[in-house]
Design a protein around this ligand. Structure first.
Ligand code: NAD
Length: 385
């Protein structure tokens, strides 16, 4: 029987958990046994007793659980110390930050660990139920609007009151991917007027169907890149985009920025001068801050006040809604396991179009091209020293 282990997350500020009592029951239904580290659900308000009632075994001594597991289900992957505890041939699943921890990948490969990074899941219809980036980005988009509303010294909706009319708040959303679309929907539900900028023409219809106004850009070529993601645009285009967006920002109460290009620094969409052209009391929430930020002045995890404009650079917003974030994330993991586990065994068909792209390490190799290239470059540099 396959033994799955769900550890308590150790990354600072991480309150999510990779399984819930609901998914534990279903994992057991798939023929797995499940061990949960004591306290693993505490950040998401799930008691140890709820896990044991769903059929999990509780591990108060996590070190044995780490070394006995065939399958480790995480939110944020492992640190090097935890990687050393894994037995050979274990399978690890989580948001492993494959574009960052090349040395961790090398260690996992050396230990013959098969690691599946949810960030590498292809964005195809068949994989939607496994898409943790989407489930978590949607939460971030929703929460970004609530953070902005909480800081804004104004109403969001249009109100007709005995003391006169209150104008609706004006919100500019930059980047209409999963987080941006949820931000648009949330701001609309609160009654704001929402304007949106994106470089992929395909999103215009979605934006309009949510009641947003699309800011037209002078697109000489489509911003659509591989796999439905955006591609990097030239600096000339970004300069023109900033000029156009500036007019909308100057009249805005809130800007929510979510624009990203996979594998690259986020594009700068709001410069210092643009912040200075905004009204005092305006609020910017920069969701791309972990990728370098869309606003020149945002700081990771900080609140910056610049000439009366509040700029928030929140870190890991999904974790601030740890209950729903864990519920959705745990279901994403369950969907991956439904694809991965065949008759009580882990099977990865080399032709599987969803699992194979997610492999970070497998069969003693670093299988993710960009990570393998980084390691090769680092090895060559070390030899040259
Ligand atoms: P993302 O986080 O990589 O980027 C967010 C948004 O920023 C994108 O819409 C992108 O076009 C936009 N952007 C980039 N540069 C910009 C600029 N200069 N100005 C304005 N906007 C800019 O995107 P994501 O949320 O991960 O979604 C990527 C794509 O994948 C979307 O098309 C989404 O609908 C699609 N998707 C498909 C599935 C599926 O079919 N299973 C699931 C999830 C997402």
């Amino acid at each position: 029987m396959l033994h799955a282990f769900v550890p308590r997350e150790t990354t600072a500020g991480e309150s999510r958990v990779a399984a819930t009592p609901e998914t534990v029951e279903k994992l057991i239904g798939l023929g797995l046994s499940v061990t949960v580290e004591a306290g693993a659900g505490a950040g998401a308000h799930i008691d140890d007793e709820a896990f044991t009632a769903s059929g999990a075994t509780l591990a108060s001594d996590a070190s044995t659980a780490w070394s006995e597991a065939d399958l480790v289900l995480t939110v944020r992957g492992v640190d090097d110390q935890q990687a050393h505890r894994l037995k050979q041939g274990t399978t690890l699943i989580g948001l492993l930050s494959p574009s960052e921890g090349a040395q961790t990948a090398a260690l996992l490969a050396q230990r013959q660990v098969t690691s599946l990074a949810l960030e590498l899941l292809p964005r195809v219809t068949r994989a939607q139920s496994m898409d943790a980036l989407s489930s978590q980005a949607s939460i971030a988009g929703y929460k970004a609007v609530l953070l902005a509303a909480g800081r804004l010294a104004k109403y969001f909706p249009l109100l007709m009151t005995a003391a006169g009319t209150v104008k609706p708040a004006r919100v500019v959303v930059m980047g209409a991917g999963v987080a941006g679309l949820q931000a648009i929907a949330t701001a609309k539900r609160l009654g704001a007027v929402v304007e949106v900028s994106d470089i992929r023409p395909a999103v215009e219809e979605e934006v309009k169907s949510l009641g947003g106004r699309f800011i037209e850009l002078p697109m000489v070529e489509s911003g659509e890149g591989k796999g439905g993601y955006a591609k990097q645009m030239g600096e000339d285009f970004l300069v023109r985009q900033r000029e156009i967006v500036q007019e909308h920002l100057a009249a805005a109460d809130v800007a929510i920025t979510t624009a990203q290009i996979p594998g690259r620094k986020a594009p700068t969409l709001i410069t210092r001068e643009m912040v200075e052209s905004m009204r005092r009391g305006a609020v910017i929430v920069d969701l791309a801050v972990e990728q370098g930020g869309n606003c020149e002045l945002s700081q990771l995890g900080e609140e910056v006040l610049h000439q009366g404009v509040v700029i928030l650079g929140p870190e890991n917003l999904a974790a601030t809604m740890s209950e729903d974030a864990s519920n959705l994330y745990a279901r994403n993991i369950l969907a991956v396991l439904r694809e991965l586990v065949e008759e009580g065994k882990i099977e990865i068909d080399p032709d599987n179009d969803v699992l194979v792209p997610m492999l970070w390490t497998h069969g003693g190799e670093v299988t993710h091209g960009p990570t393998a290239e980084k390691l090769a470059a680092a090895g060559a540099a070390a030899q040259g020293d």
